[in-house]
Design a binder for this molecule. Structure first.
Ligand code: DX5
Ligand code: ZN
Length: 210
């Protein structure tokens, strides 16, 4: 079963309850929370994501994506009863300690990898993580164009590991989802394509249709 995770990065934060209700009413499996610290990437979303409010409104579990330099400083803020996954970047600092801390909190851990980092760098971690996020755009903002060499990275990783959950994040929509699935992706993160749609469920169907 292919899972979908909706990024609310570019939703209307002035109407957060309405926006999260749209996600609640959809068939999406998860809600993807994009956290940026202004250091690992230029943007900062720390204030925008009020986890108390999001927890109050959301029926969906969280797939937290930390695009931060020092993940260990942020993990505890995102440990909530709804948090299923916390992912940190392979390019961040102190990743062993951070992965350990995520696990100790009873949360599934993921490692995200930038478009210009070789997929083989993940191999030593596959035994201890639950998910890989292959970035199909450079992290930092939503609405960017999908980078085509992502297909090869997904295929290479899937040939190396038949079981790991492979999530793809950035510019994902119906124009690339089928190829991603055929190469071995198991979770599709989508922001603009789904949140800008008038009918999220139809758009999810279009992404998953063979
Ligand atoms: C990029 C984020 C992505 C992104 C997804 O820095 O990690 O999750 O917001 O949004 P779209 O689908 O619009 O690229
Ligand atoms: Zn993300």
């Amino acid at each position: 079963m292919i899972k979908t995770s909706i990024s609310i990065l570019d939703c209307d934060f002035n109407n957060l309850e309405y926006e999260i209700n749209r996600v609640n009413n959809s068939n999406s499996d998860l809600i993807h929370i994009d956290i940026m610290d202004g250091k690992f990437v230029p943007n900062n979303t720390l204030e925008k994501f009020d986890m108390n409010k999001i927890s109050k409104y959301s029926d969906k579990n969280f797939d937290v994506h930390l695009m931060v330099e020092n993940p260990i400083d942020y993990i505890s803020s995102f440990v909530t009863p709804l948090t299923d996954y916390i992912s940190i970047h392979l390019e961040s600092k102190g990743i062993d300690q951070s992965l350990k801390s995520i696990k100790e909190n009873g949360i599934k851990c993921g490692l995200a990898i930038n478009p210009d980092t070789k997929i083989q760098k993940l191999y030593p971690f596959l035994e201890i993580i639950d998910m890989v996020i292959i970035m199909s755009v450079f992290p930092g903002k939503g609405g960017q164009n999908f980078i085509e060499n992502t297909y090869d990275k997904v295929e290479t990783l899937r040939n190396h590991d038949k079981n790991i959950d492979i999530s793809v994040d950035g510019g994902v929509g119906s124009s690339n989802s089928k190829t991603l699935i055929s190469k071995g992706a198991s979770t599709l993160v989508s922001g603009s394509y789904l949140m800008k749609s008038n009918n999220i469920n139809n758009s999810i169907k279009n992404m998953l249709k063979h």
